[in-house]
Design a binder for this molecule. Structure first.
Ligand code: SF4
Ligand code: SF4
Length: 107
């Protein structure tokens, strides 16, 4: 799915997140949620790169994936899928992971 392949998306440093929910409220695509620990988590297949969540975060713990450190990209827990991916979507996911050197698996 070409559309899914074009977005870089955002990474959340869940160790810094204070669970305020501001990013969840501001995202126009419902691409963020709070996980069972109250930490923000990205729903990978819903994000469309408008980045309003980044400026909404009071502790600046949301990064464009292309600008996040490798250490943050290796931390587990910050993204999941909303559904089982189709083969095309899976391919887009693999391309994204490789392009941005995301080593953490989805939740
Ligand atoms: S970049 Fe935009 S679409 Fe993606 S999670 Fe942030 S606010 Fe939502
Ligand atoms: S805005 Fe920042 S601190 Fe608040 S829930 Fe989102 S990531 Fe966490």
């Amino acid at each position: 799915m070409a559309e899914l392949a074009q977005y870089q998306r955002v990474l959340i440093d869940q160790d810094t997140c204070i669970s305020c929910g501001a990013c969840v409220a501001v995202c126009p695509w419902q691409a963020l949620e709070l996980d069972d620990n109250g930490k923000a988590r990205l729903i990978w297949d819903k994000c469309k790169d408008d980045f309003s969540c980044i400026s909404a975060c009071p502790v600046n713990c949301i990064y464009k994936v292309g600008e996040a450190s490798d250490a943050l990209k290796a931390k587990q827990g910050w993204y999941r899928f909303s559904k089982e991916l189709s083969p095309d979507e899976q391919k887009a996911y693999e391309e994204w992971r490789s392009k941005y050197n995301v080593t953490a698996p989805p939740v």
